[in-house]
Every structure is written in structure tokens, then in C-alpha cells.
Design a binder for this molecule. Structure first.
Ligand code: PGA
Length: 250
């Protein structure tokens, strides 16, 4: 079975008002080709999920985080059930900006399991902060993949989406984007880790996408090197650029 490509927009803590969020969302909708085969997911701040959900069913919605407990006395947290019940179907987990605030692989692992238990599909971010000459970064990513997915049931694992996002390639202070060859090398490496853990057959459908300074200009290169799609930050807030990336995927 051919894997469907997926383009995910991570709006982070933007935009400042619902009206703007709706306007960006509507522009993305307007540019969508109804015959496209690519799945499109937008991950706005929690607060906008409900109103965007009402605007259209053509674009899927996701959250940018979730708490690992089912419910209860956890001030400020949002549960997987709440996100699912509002109509979102994806959740970005382990983004480097959350890891920078203290999130560990163990936290991400608990969040993945909780998300799967209610039917949310986790988009698990992995990636090194630096590339060292001794290739220690490979071990770093291996540990992230193994610890984040530890104990995840075989029934769920094929649904997981892995976003390889080298930290040095993310955001406006990025050193540079990864090259498509760097992505290819890492995606083969991640597949090998997954295949050793879960078996080659089980992981066939897992999508490995690229994130970190994705733009219309570099998207094709990653696809040619086997990317199953993208996790875009800045360009997801620019409907023109985001639509262009979707088009290139299709
Ligand atoms: P960027 O962000 O596309 O702005 O580099 C990507 C991300 O953080 O997911």
C-alpha cells in the first residue's frame, strides 16, 4: 500500500487573535486542490481548534502538545480526550521547543501512549542539536526514537509519524536547513531502528517526514530523497507558501 504524503503546519504560539487564525485557515482552504492526494494538517494553538474545526472538514487539525494523564487535578494541562472530542486527530509531541522547556523522552513516551489510547495520531519530533564529527548525533537520535516509542503496542506503531527535525535547522535562527541527503541518511537510520524494535513488516507504513526551515524552494529535494511529507513552522503561517508546499507534495 502506498503511503499518503502528509503536510503538517505547526503554528506555534501564533497568531495573536482568532480572527487572524480563521483568515489564514480560510486562505489555505481556498488554495487546496480538491483532487489532491496529500493529507493536510494544521496545528494551531489549542484555543483556535474549535472554531477552525467548524470552518471545514477538508483540513485535519492537530494539537501541539497534550498531557499524559487522562483527567484530574492538573492545572493548566489539556487532555488527549479534550483534543480528540473537539475534532482534532493529530498531536505534535516532543517538539524541540518543548524539550527546551524540560520535556524528556519519558514524558514524550507517556504522551504518545495517552494519545494513542484515545485515537490521536502522534507526530513525534526527533533531532539533534549539533552534528559532531564522531557521529554521536546518530546515537542521540537513536535514544530519542527508542525511549519515546518504548512499549508502544504493535497495533499502534504503524500509525505513528516521525518528524526528523534537526534543532539547528529550525526557526529563523537556523544555521541552515538539512540537505536532502542528510535527511535520507537519517530516515534510513530511523527505519533501521524501528525495524529492529518492531519488525520490518510492522513499520512499513510509518511515515518519516522532514521539518526545519521547509520552504517551497527546498521541498522537492526532500521528497525525492524519500520524505513522506513535512512539518512546517514559519511557512505554515503564510498561506501562499504553505499551499505551494502542499502542491509540490501532490
Ligand atoms: P520552521 O519550524 O519551519 O519555522 O523552521 C519548524 C518546526 O519547528 O516545526
Amino acid at each position: 500500500m502506498l503511503k499518503k504524503k502528509i503536510v503538517i503546519g505547526n503554528w506555534k504560539m501564533n497568531p495573536p487573535a482568532k480572527k487572524e487564525a480563521e483568515s489564514i485557515f480560510k486562505s489555505v482552504l481556498k488554495n487546496l486542490n480538491p483532487k489532491r492526494k496529500t493529507e493536510v494538517v494544521i496545528c494551531p494553538p489549542f484555543l483556535y481548534l474549535e472554531s477552525l474545526k467548524k470552518l471545514s472538514k477538508k483540513v485535519s487539525l492537530g494539537a501541539q502538545d497534550v498531557f499524559w494523564e487522562e483527567k484530574g487535578a492538573y492545572t493548566g494541562e489539556v487532555s488527549a480526550d479534550m483534543i480528540y472530542n473537539i475534532g482534532a486527530r493529530y498531536v505534535i509531541l516532543g517538539h524541540s521547543e518543548r524539550r527546551a522547556l524540560g520535556e524528556s523522552n519519558i514524558d514524550v513516551n507517556k504522551k504518545i501512549k495517552q494519545s494513542f489510547s484515545v485515537g490521536l495520531i502522534p507526530v513525534v519530533c526527533v533531532g539533534e542539536s549539533v552534528r559532531d564529527e564522531n557521529h554521536e548525533y546518530l546515537n542521540f537520535v537513536k535514544t530519542q526514537v527508542e525511549e519515546c516509542l518504548f512499549g508502544v503496542s504493535k497495533n499502534f506503531i504503524s500509525k505513528v509519524i516521525i518528524a526528523y527535525e534537526p534543532v539547528w535547522a529550525i526557526g529563523k535562527n537556523a544555521v541552515r536547513e538539512a540537505t536532502s541527503e542528510e535527511f535520507r541518511e537519517m530516515s534510513i537510520f530511523i527505519k533501521k531502528i524501528l525495524s529492529d524494535k518492531f519488525g520490518a513488516k510492522t513499520i512499513e507504513q510509518i511515515r518519516i517526514i522532514y521539518g526545519g526551515s521547509v520552504h517551497p524552494e527546498n521541498a522537492l529535494g526532500f521528497l525525492q530523497e524519500g520524505a513522506d511529507g513535512f512539518l512546517a513552522g514559519r511557512d505554515s503561517l503564510d498561506p501562499k507558501k504553505f499551499s505551494e508546499i502542499i502542491k509540490i507534495c501532490s
